[in-house]
Design a protein around this ligand. Structure first.
Ligand SMILES: [Zn+2]
Ligand SMILES: [Zn+2]
Length: 335
């Protein structure tokens, strides 16, 4: 392990326990500083004990760098690895073992904290055969959503990466905002071109059910939409679930072949159990996604797997258990 790999790993481990506190921020900063330094300078400063003279490198990150330079390991990293491992039940493990990819994740192109390359490297390390890159659409300006031009630019970047990373595949996609009237925040030609489209409500979550239901019905019935992202928009302890006629929305998902996402983010865990059971009863497809905004968060699928196991989601209805070619056939064939 090089010093940079050690710092990357620290940030990864803190991400997977969703640590966004001072320590995590300090390590992110230290990683940036270390990445910008010439390797000789890093070594020299480690030898002379002057790493902490650099703005952004504190005693903890200096220790990780020094340990890694000395013998390629770090006791600090090893301790963190053990402390931050993501737990999973044996029943959830059965689902996790069946997953071949992740259909909802972000990069630095929108509001993610890691590059496409870093997300792909982690997805590969986790055993995935593919990942769908779903950065935000333009309407979500606070998340640096991608407009038409930037999405087209991103498609070019993905094509180059796919040549390098084969047989792993980055499938093209977007987490498209569902507009207030149920239309989608991207032009039809691009929606049709993308491999997988996740559609999510990010605005006016408190709408009355008589407005929210038709809004969602219209979106999930779109032939371009493959997955309904975090359907209630709840943030546990912070924001109540949106109110809509779930039986009608899930019936529409089942009829139009739109999968209901089981969102694995710890603060979302969306849909709640009661709705998940109704989606199963409606005969929906599902997708167990991390909605990762950092490499460590790609390890969150176990949370969704545990929930799927708890209510008995049929594994054969989970679209990301399919190999990429089958998944792509599903997105184009689903009614
Ligand atoms: Zn979202
Ligand atoms: Zn997302």
């Amino acid at each position: 392990m090089t010093p940079l790999e050690a710092l990357d790993r620290v940030v990864h481990c803190l991400d997977r326990v969703h640590d966004t506190g001072f320590k995590a921020k300090a390590f992110v900063r230290a990683r940036e500083v270390a990445h910008e330094l010439a390797p000789d300078e890093l070594e020299e400063r480690a030898r002379n004990g002057t790493l902490t003279d650099l703005t952004g490198i504190g005693p903890a990150s200096a220790r990780v760098i020094t340990e890694a330079l000395k013998d390629g390991t770090s006791s600090y990293v090893a301790k963190l690895e053990a402390e931050t491992a993501v737990p999973i039940t044996p029943e959830g493990e059965h689902y996790r073992a069946a997953l071949r990819g992740d259909c909802h994740l972000h990069s630095t192109w929108s509001d993610g904290g890691a590059t496409i390359e870093a997300m792909a490297a982690t997805a590969i390390a986790l055993g995935h055969e593919y990942m769908v890159l779903t950065d935000h659409s333009a309407r979500l300006t606070i998340a640096h959503g991608l407009n038409r031009e930037r999405l087209i630019q991103q498609l070019g970047v993905i094509a180059v990466l796919n040549d390098e990373l084969a047989p792993f595949r980055i499938l093209t996609g977007m987490e498209v905002d569902i507009n207030l009237d149920g239309t989608l925040d991207l032009d039809d030609d691009l929606l049709a071109h993308l491999d997988v489209v996740v559609a999510s409500v990010h605005s006016k979550l408190r709408m009355d059910s008589f407005e929210m239901t038709p809004r969602m019905l219209k979106a999930v019935a779109s032939p371009h939409v493959d997955i309904l992202g975090h359907c209630t928009g709840r943030l546990i302890g912070k924001r109540d679930p949106s109110v809509f006629d779930a039986d009608r929305v899930f019936a529409a998902c089942a009829a139009s072949g739109t999968a209901v996402e089981i969102n694995s983010r710890p603060e979302r865990l969306d849909p709640p159990f009661e709705l998940l059971e109704r989606a199963i009863a409606a005969g929906c497809w599902f997708s167990i996604d991390s909605d990762a905004h950092a490499t460590g968060q790609l390890e969150w699928q176990p949370h969704g797997c545990d929930r799927a196991a708890e209510v008995g989601v049929p594994i054969e209805r989970i679209v990301n258990t399919m190999p990429a070619t089958e998944l792509l056939a599903w997105t184009t064939s689903a009614a």
